[in-house]
Design a protein around this ligand. Structure first.
Ligand SMILES: Nc1ncnc2c1ncn2[C@@H]1O[C@H](COP(=O)(O)OP(=O)(O)O)[C@@H](O)[C@H]1O
Ligand SMILES: [Mg+2]
Length: 244
């Protein structure tokens, strides 16, 4: 099945997501329609509880919508069986989780090597130097041997970013990726994340920080589970000039 807008990597049509909590239905997303373009940074901006993480989870194929359709590269992901969905995630999605989701009994290096070896099927003898390279990129070259509990929130966040980049994904989903970072590290990480939006790849950054709207090609304002506004920036701001 073909998506309508052939230039978009992701097309979402009238998607809703509700959670049943006993007698209460939580309508986390309501009738969301949007497109995500390759070679672009898209920022999804909205206050806590407006449905940002829920939206990323649907796109990333780790949850499925109650209604509506999600097309990625023209294929509707809800029509996939479990095996196809696993392959979809492996081949397409890099996820920077809001709460990092590192494996607690693996070191920083091993958290990345695990993905390189078992998801990317990289030869064992190459994985260590590649994970070292990725840790260097996020400024943690000397922390490879640390376990998650031996690292600050910001350091764990950066390991989580290195792990997501290790897959060289078509779609990078970053959930509040600078939430735990200081100003200078945050800028460095944003440069790294946004530099990824080329060669057909799309970068989605979810945040409640309004300043980050300036670095995006497209900003989707999410309010109470709905897209309230869409804004396009012809020329995103240089991250060096960003203040927050
Ligand atoms: N698994 C879940 N079960 C029940 N309610 C959920 C679940 N995930 C999210 N919600 C609810 O959906 C709404 C949106 O949550 P979320 O997407 O996490 O917001 P955000 O990431 O913007 O802070 C919230 O009201 C939240 O409590
Ligand atoms: Mg969230």
């Amino acid at each position: 099945m073909k998506a309508k807008k052939k230039d978009s990597i992701i097309v979402i049509e009238k998607m809703s997501k509700s959670y049943q909590m006993g007698d209460v239905t939580v309508h986390a997303l309501k009738d969301v329609t949007l497109t995500i373009e390759p070679n672009q940074v898209t920022v999804i901006l909205g206050p806590s509880g407006c449905g940002k993480t829920t939206l990323l989870n649907q796109i990333g194929g780790i949850d499925s919508p109650t209604n509506g359709k999600i097309y990625v590269n023209g294929t509707q992901i809800q029509s996939m069986n479990q095996g196809q969905l696993t392959k979809y995630r492996q081949d397409n999605i890099g996820f920077v989780f809001q709460f990092f989701n590192l494996i607690p009994n693996l070191t920083a290096s091993e958290n990345i090597e695990f993905v390189l070896e078992y998801v990317m099927n990289m030869p064992s003898k190459e994985v260590h130097s590649r994970s070292q390279e990725l840790l260097d990129q996020v400024g943690l070259g000397d922390r490879g041997g640390h376990f998650p509990f031996q690292m600050s929130g910001g350091e764990q966040q950066r390991v989580s970013i290195a792990r997501a980049l290790s897959k060289n994904p078509n779609i990078l989903l970053a959930d509040e990726p600078t939430g735990e970072l200081d100003y200078h590290t945050g800028k460095k990480i944003l440069k790294l994340l946004t530099s990824f939006a080329r060669e057909g790849r799309a970068v989605l950054i979810v945040t409640h920080n309004k300043e980050l709207a300036k670095i995006a090609h497209k900003v989707l304002y999410l309010r109470d589970g709905k897209i309230a506004n869409v804004e396009k920036n012809a020329k995103p701001m240089d991250i060096e000039n960003l203040e927050w």
